[in-house]
Ligand binder design. Structure first.
Ligand code: ZN
Length: 500
């Protein structure tokens, strides 16, 4: 193999084609595929991921990277790309093949028994598989290496540089500030969910959402939206980023905020460089930053009064009999209501982070103090009582509610909260840099905000860590104060209105 940067670039582009094909197969599986295609599809995916693995671990490629990253002729930008890829490749090469086979095999078993356990509301069915999964993840942490605790190795997989030291600090603030604040506002909350829970024609919902996404800046020449059981976004390639949503006749809120959320992810992917396709410069920085981009649109923008000053009249036009009698204020109050509930994915903007706090504390106990699997349901239920004041009714709405642990995704949950906290910090800075921001939003003009995100976040790809992107964009590292200021301002004024 010729040892030049162009060779590396061309090779990475080919690898990215393999990834595109895998993404397309998986998108099709979720959106279009008839169920009897599942067996063949699983084989196709396994084959593709084998090819991908072979390419990434190829000895000649490794030599090329090893040679290139020492070359003085490379620019800073080129060297950084090569160094990041080298880091990826070294990591993949650390895994013994027997371990990969065992983990892949166990993951599909474990998912199967988690699903069965959830359906039967019985944790004991899943427990032995979870126990083995935890053992494998502990082994993985040893393979990857870490400085302080094995949990750090797992956190790093989702957000490079993230560790328990950073998270302990953040979640201590969540406990000290957010928990009491939630309990302070709860008595004022009234249930306005009846606004969303009427009969809304599905095709009219769909049309409204398409118009809304277009106005936000989602380009349907570079993406599309479909229906799937669980909303998601997926990058197929530069210029082809797809999102899905759920369309419920009796709940208008489902399609609106899941579409805005997924469009936020898609706008990020579309903002990454198409010129460097396949290279770290054109990849997302981390899961936390990815989530910050979905949540800034979903919450800071999409649950704000300015956004709905523009869109609510459209929505009323689309659904006159359901919405004419409701004011913008009622609609705004309905979308921002806070209520302690047992299910994470149904949680509001505030209590959501208590669900994550609970999972973070439990994961840490598992990996730092060997908390045993048979104690998990009790510990889970106690924490829900302590933080949310909730009695968990059965295990399907308790310990078994999330799929993540069955996949072995320990260390994933915290990135959801970090996403919201980064989002608040980015939004606060964008509002300073764009003094007219709220006025523009209330006029349906999202151009400056999107450009700000492109210039400060998207442009870096994976060349900077989450923390570096944050410092660059806002002048300081992640600071929980921005999120807390955002929610306290919003909810103090909301409860004033409700109490009148
Ligand atoms: Zn998301």
């Amino acid at each position: 193999m010729e040892k030049t940067f162009d060779k590396y670039r061309a090779y990475m582009k080919e690898i990215s084609h393999l990834r595109s094909v895998m993404s397309l197969l998986s998108w099709d599986q979720e959106v279009n595929m008839p169920e009897n295609g599942a067996v063949a599809r699983a084989e196709q995916m396994a084959m593709m991921s084998k090819l991908y693995h072979q390419r990434m671990t190829n000895d000649n490629f490794y030599e090329l990277l090893d040679y290139l990253h020492e070359q003085p002729s490379l620019s800073e930008f080129e060297r950084k790309n090569v160094a990041l890829t080298l880091e990826d490749v070294r990591k993949i090469r650390k895994y013994p093949e027997s371990f990969v086979t065992e983990l892949t095999h166990h993951t599909s078993l474990s998912y199967h028994y988690w699903h069965k356990a959830k359906t039967e509301k019985n944790f004991e069915i899943f427990a032995p598989y979870l126990e083995k999964m935890i053992a494998l993840k502990k082994q993985e942490a040893e393979i990857l290496g870490y400085r302080n605790t094995p949990y750090d190795a797992l956190l790093n997989e989702y957000d490079r540089g993230l560790n328990t030291e950073i998270l302990n600090k953040i979640f201590t603030e969540v406990k000290e500030h957010l928990v009491p604040f939630i309990h302070h506002i709860l008595p004022y909350m009234k249930d306005f969910s009846f606004v969303f829970r009427q009969s809304y024609d599905k095709s009219r919902q769909w049309n409204f959402v398409l118009r809304m996404l277009r106005t936000m800046g989602f380009d349907f020449h570079s993406g599309r939206q479909d229906i799937s059981a669980h909303p998601f976004s997926i990058r197929i390639a530069a210029g082809d980023v797809r999102i899905t949503t759920k369309n419920e006749e009796n709940d208008l809120s489902e399609i609106i905020w899941s579409s805005i959320h997924e469009a936020g992810h898609a706008l990020y992917e579309l903002g990454l460089s198409s010129q460097w396709e396949g290279m770290p410069a054109a990849e997302a920085a981390s899961l936390s930053i990815h989530e910050s981009q979905s949540r800034i649109w979903e919450n800071n923008v999409g649950r704000g009064i300015a956004f709905w000053k523009y869109f609510f009249p459209w929505l009323q036009q689309e659904f006159p009999s359901q919405l004419t009698d409701h004011t913008l204020e009622t609609f705004y109050t309905a979308m921002n209501s806070v209520k302690c509930s047992p299910i994470r994915i149904q949680a509001d903007e505030l209590t959501y982070h208590l669900h994550i706090l609970i999972r973070y504390e439990i994961e840490k106990e598992i990996f730092e103090n060997n908390l045993s699997v048979n104690q998990l349901p009790t510990v889970w239920n106690e924490k829900y009582r302590q933080y949310l004041g909730i009695e968990v009714q059965h295990e399907a709405e308790g310990i078994l509610q999330d799929v993540h642990w069955s996949h072995g995704s320990f260390g994933y949950f915290p990135t959801y909260s970090l996403g919201s906290f980064y989002a608040a910090q980015f939004y606060a800075k964008a509002a300073i840099d764009i003094p007219e921001l709220e006025i523009q939003i209330s006029q349906g003009n999202f151009q400056s905000l999107l450009q700000w995100l492109r210039d400060h976040i998207h442009i870096h790809g994976r060349m900077l860590t989450s923390e570096e992107i944050c410092r660059n964009a806002t002048g300081e590292g992640l600071n929980f104060r921005y999120f807390f200021t955002y929610v306290s301002d919003k909810y103090e004024s909301l409860i004033k209105k409700i109490s009148v």
